[in-house]
Design a binder for this molecule. Sequence first.
Ligand SMILES: [Fe+2]
Length: 296
Amino acid sequence: MITMTEKLREQFDAGLLSGQELRDDFTIAQPVHRYTETDHAMWRTLYERQATMLKGRVCNEFLEGLETLGMDKHRVPDFEALNERLMRATGWQVVAVPGLVPDQVFFEHLANRRFPASWWMRKPEQLDYLQEPDCFHDVFGHVPLLINPVFADYMEAYGKGGLKAHGLGALDMLARLYWYTVEFGLMRTPEGLRIYGAGILSSQGESIYSLDAASPNRIGFDVRRIMRTRYRIDTFQKTYFVIDSFEQLFDATGPDFTPLYDALRDQPTLGAGDIAAGDRVIHTGTREGWGDSEDI
Ligand SMILES: [Fe+2]
């Protein structure tokens, strides 16, 4: 049986081109000349599709980020060009990697305002779904919000928190925070719920499902609750956590998590689809279409 780690290793190796230097921090020079016309067409297709459908679904901060970055709509962006504007705005930069990097390396990058992005594009048969993050997910999904000063600070703080959590044996708890915010977060705005999580907004299906479907729960953001909540990597989410603003997210994650980790370590975790006492429930999911045997 191929384990997830082996699979990721395989993908990482596949993303490393022959003769290419892998630096100590697992980054490479973005091989811009290696993109094929198929890669650029894939970027264009995904960009057009998502930019159109996300209007009225994604938070304004994301759209402002796309605009400010002047992200290329037609071709896979050149990270250097992107970084000029990004650096000027918040001091962040995108660095190219062959695939998912080890946790410590990832946190080290974030703590230093570098976002590691896979350089390669998904294949046409992976238009709607792929397991590993590709360039579209990483760049279209994650980079626009790095223009927002508060979110940019949150991401840096997360990286620093990750380095610390590693030493405290609390990575599983901290990973849930990333999952339910940076990847699958929703935000409550005067105009209604909006998406800000990159995992949602780089997926056509989940961009609709997360806001419109009756089956998943939508629950008010709560750090302690999130750190206890398991998640699914193979289906749309069973629960979405909703923030009121990036300020709320940043403020709630500011304090030292050490006492929280200690308090939660021996508590049972919650299933991905559970509703717990004390939840600020915005919508109780109907659980329609959920299998009985799944970890929900
Ligand atoms: Fe991601």
